[in-house]
Design a protein around this ligand. Structure first.
Ligand code: NDP
Length: 248
């Protein structure tokens, strides 16, 4: 690898599986020291072992970032243990699909807490380091559901639409501090995301739909993150939409 991120520190939320784990690995392969944030400590430790065995540097920070105090702690611990914060990848998220009328309303608040509020709180905390150092990059993982909506995605789409609005306002606020903002909008990626859907009928039909296609791999999205954060400073990659070829 080329080591384009040597000396940089990256915090990746949702690093215990799927897109977050692949992204942490890819950023570490480019030389970044990585803070691995999620709740499942065993998974994070396994990934940290893989990274350090390959000569990289990783710090496990097992926290629930739906709690604003723990989101703040995740960023603060990254700075204190790895010595800085240059790249924040707000990736942790849940997709609790289901029709609005038939939904368990706690699904709405769980999605808002992690997909939106945790992302906002971590960004707020990261800027305490990035603004004064006059450099940084915030990568927000949205979704095709941040650009379109359909039956059973109303609640989830609302959270990803929020990510788009937040990111656009943020981009305009922080660019003069050399802080860049990237939104990535994946289509269907093969991960554990669907496991948590509580509306049984929706879960079954969504899984059936995925079975008819070749979905993206988590590594495909990790490659997009690496692309965005390794461009020269003059380049602000604002938005990347990636669908599997099979997705209509
Ligand atoms: P996964 O379910 O594999 O990963 C989700 C990650 O989020 C896990 O590491 C999980 O860790 C973490 N997470 C969830 N809740 C919390 C919490 N309260 N505190 C800390 N971490 C938390 O799914 P993906 O990799 O697919 O999802 C990553 C992102 O990509 C999400 O934002 C999702 O919306 C987005 N996305 C995914 C698509 C797909 O088809 N897979 C398509 C478009 C967007 P833990 O449980 O250990 O806390």
């Amino acid at each position: 690898h080329t080591g384009k991120l040597n000396g940089k520190v990256a915090l990746i939320t949702g690093a215990s599986s799927g897109i977050g784990a692949a992204t942490a690995l890819a950023l570490a392969q480019e030389g970044a020291a990585v803070a691995l944030v999620a709740r499942r400590q065993d998974r994070l430790e396994e990934l940290a072992k893989t990274i350090t065995a390959a000569g990289g540097k990783a710090e496990v920070i097992a926290l629930d970032i739906a709690d604003p105090a723990q989101a703040q702690e995740a960023a603060a611990r990254t700075v204190s243990t790895l010595g800085g914060l240059d790249i924040l990848v707000n990736n942790a998220g849940i997709m609790l699909l289901g029709p609005v009328a038939g939904a368990d309303p706690s699904d709405f608040s769980r999605m808002l807490d992690i997909n939106v509020l945790a992302l906002m709180n971590l960004t707020h905390e990261a800027l305490k380091t990035m603004t004064p150092q006059k450099s940084g990059h915030i990568v927000n993982i949205s979704s095709v559901s941040g650009r379109g909506a359909g039956p059973t995605s109303a609640g989830y789409s609302a959270t990803k639409w929020a990510v788009g609005g937040f990111s656009e306002g943020l981009r305009q606020e922080v660019r003069q501090s050399n802080v860049r903002v990237t939104v990535i909008e994946p289509g269907v990626v093969a991960t554990e995301l669907t496991d948590h859907i509580t509306h049984t009928e929706t879960k079954t039909s969504y899984e059936g739909r995925i079975a008819t296609m070749t979905p993206l791999e988590a590594e495909d999205i990790a490659a997009a993150v690496v692309y965005a954060v390794t461009q020269p400073l003059r380049v602000n990659v604002n938005e990347i939409l990636i669908r599997p070829l099979d997705q209509g």
